[in-house]
Write a protein that binds this ligand. Structure first.
Ligand SMILES: N=CN[C@@H](CCC(=O)O)C(=O)O
Ligand SMILES: [Zn+2]
Length: 395
């Protein structure tokens, strides 16, 4: 069994349950897993050793929300938005049409290139969604092509009601033949519960169909205005509700209540519904930032994710998301790092495998070209990723 010691780490942010930050640290990797963490002076012998020159190390980012399976872009829509037009869900149809024109090879290559781009910026676990197919054959094709290219895959047939369809009939298709066709390929079922997309009643049908299939759920909710998304997600025990820009007090209380069976000190118990904040999307759509500070203060577990997609957030740069959360959402650096690592892992149900630097977890590590992790927000916009290890392998 091959061992690799990463040593002379200036600052090691573990994002473990005690939020340990170690100085002059080392991490021993055995094959794909973390085998030892501690003071570099006490590190065990290893087959190979890499001196990180005093750099900061943190867990690889867990990006729990993206839409990488698409063709074309929507730069014109973005420019119009910057000139004052507001975002509307209808733009999804432009991408659906562009995506349908790509061959299997072209689409796979586009997704793989986007995944590689994110990995090079420290994202070692990445979720993505279907949702630019909106027909049984296309949604199935996207689920088959997407599955081997990402770590978690979500079915989002309920992204937009395609032109020419009655909304209830399309919901029938999504919850019947479309879900049947993709079910074996996906980890989650998601629904865009929003004005211009799916109503509360239609969203409920999507979540019920997922439950009947034994699939975990997510909800895109409360993005463009107050709405029922958060309450539905909590009611159905969804792993996450994402966007959460427009929350009423009852929404925050419902989310906090969902964590009543979870012990944060030991990270044991029954997890609730993670509130996933998407700061890059909020900037690109000029929406108010999700109230991450208030959610944390109310006892809600949050995640930070990129929401990389061609409409509302064409970036997969998690360094940028973390910097924005610190600078604009009043999160501390430690809170933002935890939300973008362990929080994302909770939102994907993979916190036992990744999201923190602990013995037994997958060796997913992000080395910064900086002495301390604070540089992520202190030097926003700079390329601070020095190197990345995914499942123990340098990329
Ligand atoms: N909100 C719904 N879906 C995407 C946007 C999709 C698009 O406009 O292409 C999002 O998460 O922001
Ligand atoms: Zn999304």
């Amino acid at each position: 069994m091959a061992t690799l010691l990463l040593t002379n780490i200036g600052q090691l942010t573990t994002a473990d349950q005690n939020a340990r930050v170690l100085e002059h640290a080392a991490v021993l990797i055995q094959d794909s897993l973390i085998a030892w963490v501690g003071d570099m002076g006490q590190a065990p012998q290893a087959d190979e050793s890499i001196d990180l020159g005093g750099r900061a190390v943190l867990p690889g980012w867990v990006d729990s929300h993206s839409h990488l399976i698409f063709g074309g872009d929507r730069a014109e829509e973005f420019v119009a938005r910057m000139a004052g037009q507001s975002y509307a869900a209808g733009g999804i149809a432009v991408t659906t049409s562009a995506t349908s024109q790509l061959s299997d090879n072209e689409l796979s290559e586009a997704v793989a290139a986007r995944r590689a781009e994110a990995l090079a910026m420290g994202t070692t676990w990445m979720e993505t969604k279907t949702g630019y197919g909106l027909a049984v054959d296309e949604e199935t094709r996207h689920s088959v092509l997407g599955k081997p290219l990402v770590d978690s895959l979500t079915f989002l047939g309920a992204h937009l009601v395609p032109a020419g369809w009655d909304a209830d009939e399309y919901t029938e298709l999504v919850t019947g033949p479309m879900l049947d066709a993709v079910a074996d390929n996906v980890d989650f079922v998601d629904v865009f519960c929003e004005r211009g997309a799916f109503t509360e009643e239609q969203s409920r049908r999507v979540l019920e169909a997922a439950r009947a299939k034994g699939l975990a759920t997510k909800v895109h909710g409360n993005q463009l205005g107050p709405g029922p998304g958060v309450q539905l997600a909590v009611e159905f025990g969804s792993h996450s509700v994402d966007h959460v820009n427009y929350l009423e007090e009852e929404d925050i209380q419902a989310l906090a209540g969902s964590w009543a069976g979870w012990d944060s000190a030991t990270r044991t118990g029954t997890p609730g519904t993670v509130a996933t904040c998407l700061p890059a999307c909020d900037l690109s759509t000029r929406q108010p930032f999700a109230p991450g500070r208030e959610l944390l203060d109310a006892g809600v577990r949050i995640a930070l994710a990129s929401n990389c997609n061609p409409g509302t957030s064409y970036t997969s740069n998690m360094n940028f998301c973390v910097a924005t959360a610190v600078l604009q959402m009043n999160l501390s650096l430690a809170e933002a790092i935890e939300a973008a690592t362990y929080g994302g892992a909770l939102a994907l149900g993979v916190a036992g495998q990744t999201g923190s630097i602990e013995v037994g977890k997958r060796a997913d590590l992000h080395v910064l070209d900086a002495p301390v992790a604070a540089h992520l927000a202190y030097r926003p916009g700079m390329n601070l990723t020095h190197s990345v290890y995914r499942a123990g392998k340098a990329i």
